[in-house]
Design a protein around this ligand. Structure first.
Ligand code: ADP
Ligand code: ADP
Length: 225
């Protein structure tokens, strides 16, 4: 049940290593946080998994298939960004259906899936709204629904809650944990917020200056000197 395997991946920009020799294994349904200060290489790592950034060396396997040189749409990943996540001119339903249309799902199957996803994030009444008519928390729930619509092997989130207020952030973490558990998707979550990582993760990968400092459960990370 190994879903994600990063083997010694590095990314150089000029002679600077944004990511230096990172290896990681994540199993099915695991929620793993990439934690570290700004500039330590979290986003670059996530983008290499998604296929938006090509590693300078190393390899990336998803469900035991080497994806290192595959384009994003072949990788079986769904991504949620910090902001500007939804297409502003499309309704909520159209946003969620977008990836399914690209995969040539027939209309009826698409509509059924959109309905399922809206139920999953508990917003079935918002299908016909435009993103601008949603709150920040609702927008990120819909972004999550869109990312999960294609039933990806891997869910990738890049600081998805950092534009939300503190109280809502706590609630969104709980909701995300529930969703991840209910669909059993392997999840990589980028954050610079230690509390967020400690409260939400099955395991945490602590990064610094492009390298892995530690990998472990929140208990193991918290107790380490
Ligand atoms: P984090 O997500 O942890 O904030 P990033 O992965 O965004 O870190 O960036 C890691 C390092 O790589 C930073 O020093 C950043 O300036 C650099 N970097 C990221 N993307 C590029 C790029 N496209 N070109 C040059 N340098 C980049
Ligand atoms: P984030 O908060 O998501 O890490 P950043 O503000 O660090 O976003 O980066 C925004 C975009 O700029 C990303 O696509 C990143 O790869 C790119 N980037 C970051 N640092 C640099 C850099 N030093 N040179 C060029 N592009 C960069």
């Amino acid at each position: 049940d190994l879903v994600v395997e990063l083997r010694s991946i590095s990314k150089l920009y000029g002679d600077t290593a944004a990511v230096a020799d990172i290896s990681l294994k994540a199993r099915r349904g695991e929620l793993l946080c990439l934690l570290g200060p700004s500039g330590c290489g979290k986003t670059t790592t996530l983008r290499m998994v998604a296929g938006f950034v090509e590693p300078s060396s190393g390899s990336i396997c998803i469900n035991n298939i080497d994806m290192t040189h595959q384009p994003p749409y072949r990788r079986d990943t769904g991504m949620v960004f910090q902001s500007y996540a939804l297409f502003p001119h499309m309704t909520v339903a159209e946003n969620i259906a977008f990836g399914l249309e690209n995969l040539r799902w027939p209309r009826q199957k698409r509509e059924k899936r959109v309905e399922e996803m809206l139920k999953l994030v508990e917003l079935p009444h918002l299908a016909q709204r435009l993103p601008s008519q949603l709150s920040g928390g609702q927008q990120q729930r819909i972004a999550l629904a869109r990312a999960l619509a294609i039933k990806p092997a891997v869910l990738l989130l890049d600081e998805p809650f950092s534009n939300l207020d503190a109280q809502l952030r706590v609630r969104m973490r709980e909701e995300l944990q529930e969703v991840v558990r209910s669909v059993n998707v392997t999840t990589l979550f980028v954050t610079h917020d230690q509390e967020e990582a400690l409260t939400m993760s099955d395991r945490i990968m602590v990064m610094n200056a492009g390298k892995v400092e530690q990998i472990g459960t929140p208990g193991e990370i918290y107790e380490a000197p």
